[in-house]
Design a protein around this ligand. Structure first.
Ligand code: GMT
Length: 375
C-alpha cells in the first residue's frame, strides 16, 4: 500500500507515534511518505520504503500569519498524484484533518479518489479543540474523515462530549517497541547521575503547564527528604525557567538534573527507578508507557487515558490531579523497599507488552484495508 502520513515533526507524542507507525509500516513492505514541515525527530537515516516530503512555507510580507494549512493541502495534492498514494493518514486534527479534507476535494475534482484517516491524539480535542473558534472546523473534518481513530477510550469519550459528532471512532492505543537494543554502558551512564543504591526519579515532557511540572519538583523535594535521591528532568518548554528557579529556591540544584530534549529516551529511562507524570490532562500518556516498557513504575495523576496505561497498585499508582501528598506517599511506598520496587518494575515491564507495536500496526492496516475496499 502507498500511504501518506501527515504529522507534527516535533518531540510531542503524536509525532513520535506517527513516525514509529510509518517506520513499522515501511518495514512490513508498505511505501510510506511522511509529509510535514521539517524532518521528524524520530526519522533519521536512509530507510527502505520511507520518503519525506517537506512542506516549505515561505514568508510573504502580506501575511501576518503564514497560511500553513493551505500550503500543506497543496503539498498533499501534489504528493498523492506524483507518488500515486492510496491513503492519507493524518495525526492530530488541527490543521491536518482540514487540510486533508481540502486535498481530497481538490483531488476529486481532478479525478482522484483518496480516503483519509484522522487520528486524534489529545490536545487537539481536549485543549485546543474545545476552543470555540476551532469547533466548527474540527466537527466538520471529523464527520468528513473516512475513518477516525482515538488513542484511548477516554479521548473517544471526550470527543463525543465536546463535539457534535456521532460518527464511529475506533480506539487504537499508542504502542511501544518491545524489542530494544541493549545499551552496553548503562551502568556507567547511571553512575554519572546517581550514587550506588540512590534512587533515580525521572520526568519526561514538553514542560507545558498541562504537565504540572511544579508538582514533579514538589513530589521530588519531599521524597528526597525521606530517601536521598536524584531526578532527571528530560525535555524543554515554557515552564523550564520557572522550574530551574524553583530548584534554586529549594536548594535542590545538585539533586535535579535538567537534561534538555533527548531524541531517544531509552537510556535515560533505563537508568531510572520511578517515573513521575502528574499531568492536568493526558489523553494517553505515551511517556509513561515508554517508561514502563523498560521496567520503570509510574506515579501519575488519574486523568484522561492514563488509567488505561498505568494500573493502580500494579505498575505504579494513580492519584487525583494536584494531590501531591498522595503521590509522595505512593512514591515512598515503592522506593522504600527493594523487593517491592523490583516487583513494581517487573509488573510495569510486563504490562507494557499489552501495547505491543506489531498488534497496533496491524489494527491500522485493517482500517486502511477497509477503506480501500469501500472506495
Ligand atoms: O502531551 C503533549 O503536550 C503533546 C501531545 C502531542 O500531540 O504530541 O501529546 C498528546 O498525544 C500523545 C500521543 O498520542 C499522548 O500520549 C499524550 O497523552 C497527549 N497529550 C495530552 O493529552 C496532554
Amino acid at each position: 500500500m502507498k500511504i501518506g502520513i501527515v504529522l507534527y515533526p516535533t518531540y510531542g507524542g503524536s509525532g513520535v507515534v506517527a513516525t514509529e507507525l510509518g517506520k513499522s509500516l515501511a518495514k512490513k513492505g508498505h511505501e510510506v511518505h511522511f509529509i510535514t514541515y521539517s524532518q521528524p525527530v524520530r526519522l533519521s537515516g536512509f530507510r527502505k520504503n520511507v520518503y519525506y516530503h517537506e512542506v516549505a512555507v515561505s514568508d510573504y510580507p502580506l501575511f501576518e500569519y503564514t497560511p500553513y494549512e493551505t500550503v500543506l493541502a497543496s503539498k498533499m495534492v501534489d504528493v498523492v498524484k506524483r507518488e500515486q498514494l492510496e491513503i492519507l493518514h493524518v495525526h492530530y486534527a488541527i490543521p491536518h484533518a482540514s487540510a486533508a479534507y481540502m486535498a481530497k476535494m481538490i483531488l476529486r475534482q481532478q479525478g482522484y479518489e483518496i480516503p483519509y484517516v484522522t487520528t486524534l491524539h489529545g490536545t487537539d480535542i481536549t485543549l485546543v479543540g474545545k476552543d470555540p473558534s476551532f469547533e466548527p472546523v474540527i466537527t466538520f473534518c471529523l464527520n468528513e474523515s473516512d475513518a477516525v481513530t482515538a488513542v484511548s477510550e477516554s479521548l473517544k469519550k471526550d470527543t463525543y462530549e465536546h463535539f457534535n459528532t456521532n460518527r464511529e471512532i475506533q480506539v487504537i492505543p499508542n504502542f511501544i517497541h518491545t524489542k530494544r537494543m541493549a545499551i552496553e554502558d548503562i551502568d556507567d551512564i547511571r553512575a554519572r547521575y546517581a550514587n550506588p543504591g540512590e534512587p533515580l526519579l525521572c520526568h519526561v515532557s514538553n514542560f507545558r503547564k498541562v504537565k504540572r511540572v511544579e508538582d514533579v519538583l514538589k513530589i521530588f523535594a519531599r521524597v528526597n527528604k525521606r530517601i536521598p535521591s536524584k531526578i532527571l528532568m528530560v525535555g524543554d518548554g515554557p515552564e523550564r525557567y520557572k522550574l530551574e528557579e524553583m530548584c534554586t529556591k529549594l536548594g535542590l540544584c545538585s539533586r535535579v538534573k535538567f537534561i534538555g530534549k533527548v531524541r531517544d529516551t531509552q537510556a535515560v529511562l533505563e537508568i531510572s527507578d520511578l517515573f513521575l507524570l502528574p499531568s492536568e490532562t493526558e489523553s494517553f500518556g505515551l511517556a509513561a508507557l515508554e517508561a514502563m516498557a523498560v521496567g520503570v513504575p509510574v506515579i501519575s495523576s488519574n486523568t484522561g487515558g492514563i488509567p488505561e496505561v498505568n494500573v493502580h497498585g500494579v505498575t505504579g499508582f494513580l492519584s487525583d490531579v494536584g494531590d501531591v501528598d498522595d503521590m509522595v506517599k505512593n512514591a515512598h511506598y515503592i522506593l522504600s523497599d527493594k523487593d517491592r520496587l523490583h516487583q513494581f518494575k517487573t509488573n510495569a515491564q510486563k504490562h507494557s507488552e499489552k501495547f505491543n507495536l506489531e498488534k497496533v500496526v496491524a489494527q491500522y492496516e485493517e482500517v486502511y484495508n477497509s477503506l480501500l475496499v469501500t472506495t
